[in-house]
Design a binder for this molecule. Structure first.
Ligand code: T5A
Length: 225
């Protein structure tokens, strides 16, 4: 695919959104044609599905329903946003993607990993991230950040944030297993550090990838590798 697909992964409150937006601003300032999106969400249909998934009132949602809803939102996102942008040669930055389902539904809910791999393949129609940043943080610290944020905004924790600590610890273990299995794609970052330090690591990695592609900053990105 002619574009470049970068995803941000990690547990609750690890700083994915903060870092994605910082990278987006950096790339755009350098002249690259970059867009941001998020999973679940990112499309009108995906936003409706996201509402169902995260509504704290939906306490009776079955694990299988949850899995299918995440995959449904993702299928729509790939179809409507990600694939067209990559085909057009753009840089796509996505807040969460398939690794979230492996970590949360596979390791967190302990659903079948082979089934999740098949559903992910179907939902993405072969679209895979070129590079993934995994923001790794003790779940207690991440949940404390999320709590601080919802308190400031006078909101409620979403349905997944309300899961017990053991669930979030399994999610973290899942992410680490993914990173160990795919070290070439997944860059693990210590998310306990300051925002600027993490941002610097991410910039260096992406700038290097773009530099190696041999093109000056412009409106289109050449094929990676
Ligand atoms: N999910 C998702 C699944 O179960 N399966 C799936 O397949 C998918 C795709 C989605 C939920 O759905 C689950 C995972 C999630 O539970 P979401 O909103 O996309 O929800 O994800 P969240 O993790 O809930 O997003 P958050 O906004 O809570 O976390 P972020 O994006 O990691 O963190 P961010 O950048 O918003 O920062 C959180 C707070 O920490 C501060 C920020 O200022 C902010 O206040 N912060 C830092 N503080 C100190 N040091 C740093 N380095 C900091 N970086 C950020």
């Amino acid at each position: 695919m002619p574009g470049l697909f970068v995803t941000f992964e990690g547990g609750e409150g690890t700083g994915k959104t903060t870092q994605l937006k910082a990278l987006l601003a950096h790339l755009r300032a350098a002249g690259w044609d970059a867009i941001e999106t998020r999973d679940p969400g990112g499309t009108p249909i995906g936003k409706q599905i996201r509402g169902l998934l995260l509504d704290p009132e939906n306490t009776r949602m079955a694990a299988a329903s949850e899995l299918f809803l995440y995959e449904a939102s993702r299928a729509q996102l790939v179809h409507e946003v990600i694939r067209p942008a990559l085909d057009a040669g753009r840089i796509v930055l996505c807040d969460r993607f398939t690794d979230s389902t492996v970590a949360y539904q596979g390791y967190g809910r302990e659903l079948d990993l082979d089934l999740i791999a098949r559903l992910n393949a179907m939902a993405t129609d072969g679209v895979r991230p070129d590079l993934t940043f995994l923001l790794d943080l003790d779940p207690e610290a991440g949940l404390a950040r999320a709590t601080q944020r919802v308190t400031q905004r006078q909101e409620r924790h979403d349905r997944i944030e309300e899961e017990v600590l053991a669930f979030h610890q399994r999610v973290r273990a899942g992410y680490r297993a993914i990173a160990a299995a795919e070290p070439g794609r997944v860059a693990v970052l210590d998310a306990a550090r300051g925002m600027a330090e993490i941002e610097g690591d991410i910039r260096r990695r992406v700038d290097e990838l773009l530099r190696r592609s041999g093109r000056p900053p412009g409106s289109r990105v050449p094929a990676s590798g």
